[in-house]
Design a protein around this ligand. Structure first.
Ligand code: UT7
Length: 331
């Protein structure tokens, strides 16, 4: 019997309609469109507005699109994994909330937290459920409402992040398409450079933590940048090497959208030209767990069966890695 691989068989995505442009930010903090564009590549981001709306508000329409495209009902899902750092609540998991909202009655699932690498870690996790033979349909969602944890008076962070969610369906494949390899890492000594100080068990919320703005993202951008450039480039190069891929045989680099300069450094190390890189950072900024599925959502029509895709990400933790996927269908 041929080995079961886990193929992506459908993609969905959603970004909220409201846009926060560089021109808007110029009115909010001491910055300029020129600085943001040259340092990050970002022009605008989408922001989820309105009371009582969390990340599942974006995940649900993304999943509904995916189900419609694949022609299946929510009841057919076996597992729901939601990669996020901004779940609707600390608990229960957003996977539970999504299952309820879409009417998935036969699935189990959980949230996966690996900061910006969550979707990658989810791909590897979901693939193992499929490869085991026990599960036939694994839904992987990646999304964040970063605007919920951003201080819009801090120019170091507010220019970078945006809101959005995407998802993929993983199903068994007998022809060898789908997830081929994964190279994933964590290094907790990096936690000091990118984190949210309060709200967890170490420092529960108090009036003082709110006053000190400790429920917002803290980032030492320079340090994170240094580690991101080195590690994302290295891991992407390594996964190419160990799968005997060359710059010619890689069809697409699917990189986390944190900073255009990090993406370019990664592509350079891999020897890839710009036309082989998926980039939409100018429109969405860094949507954390949303970046990779939103790229697939946008590029799906261009993808062909057999294309070699290298996914790469780096984020808080530190977490980072690369996944190699052989695309399973014509877009
Ligand atoms: O997705 C999770 C992983 N995160 C990342 O990968 C992000 C990694 N880091 C970065 O992308 C970059 O470090 C940033 C975009 C956050 C910052 O860019 P940078 O080139 O590293 O700038 P910097 O922090 O070194 O700051 C350079 C200068 C400073 O001024 P001085 O000290 O040289 O006078 C900052 O105060 O730019 C200043 N600055 C700004 N100026 C205008 C910082 N933020 C801004 C701003 N507008 N928004």
């Amino acid at each position: 019997m041929s080995k079961i691989t886990a193929a992506i068989t459908a993609v969905g995505g959603y970004v909220p309609p409201d846009i926060l442009s560089n021109a808007d930010l110029e009115k909010m903090v001491e910055t300029s469109d020129e600085w943001i564009t040259t340092r990050t590549g970002i022009k605008e981001r989408h922001i989820l507005k309105g009371e009582n709306k969390g990340v599942t508000e974006m995940a649900v329409p993304a999943v509904e699109e995916l189900l419609r495209k694949r022609g299946i009902t929510a009841d057919e899902l076996d597992v729901i994994i939601c990669a996020t750092v901004t779940g609707d609540m600390i608990f229960p998991s957003s996977a539970c909330v999504i299952a309820d909202k879409i009417g998935a009655k036969n699935a189990w699932g959980f949230d996966l937290q690996a900061a910006c690498s969550g979707f990658l870690f989810g791909l590897e996790t979901g693939a193992k459920f499929i490869e085991s033979g026990k599960h036939k349909k694994v839904l992987l969602i990646g999304g964040d409402k970063m605007s919920a944890i951003i201080d819009y008076t801090d120019r170091n962070t507010c220019i970078i992040f945006g809101d959005g969610a995407g998802c993929v369906l993983l199903e068994p494949d007998n022809e060898g398409f789908g997830v081929q390899d994964a190279l994933l890492h964590i290094d907790g000594s990096g936690r000091h450079y990118l984190h949210q100080k309060a709200g967890g068990s170490q420092k529960p919320p108090t009036h003082q933590t709110v006053d000190a703005k400790e429920h917002f993202v803290f980032q030492d951008g320079k340090t994170v940048f240094k580690f991101a450039v080195t590690n994302m480039a290295q891991v992407s190069y390594e996964i190419m090497e160990r799968n005997n891929l060359t710059a010619d045989s890689v069809t697409w680099l699917v990189p986390h959208q944190a900073n255009l300069r990090i993406i370019d450094a990664t592509a350079e190390r891999m020897g890839l030209s710009r036309d082989k890189i998926m980039i939409n950072i100018e429109k969405y900024g860094n949507t954390t767990n949303g970046t990779l599925p939103l790229l697939l959502w946008e590029w799906e029509k261009k993808l062909k069966k057999g294309d070699n895709l290298i996914f790469s990400a780096f984020g808080g933790g530190f977490t980072w890695g690369s996944v190699y996927i052989k695309w399973a269908y014509n877009g």
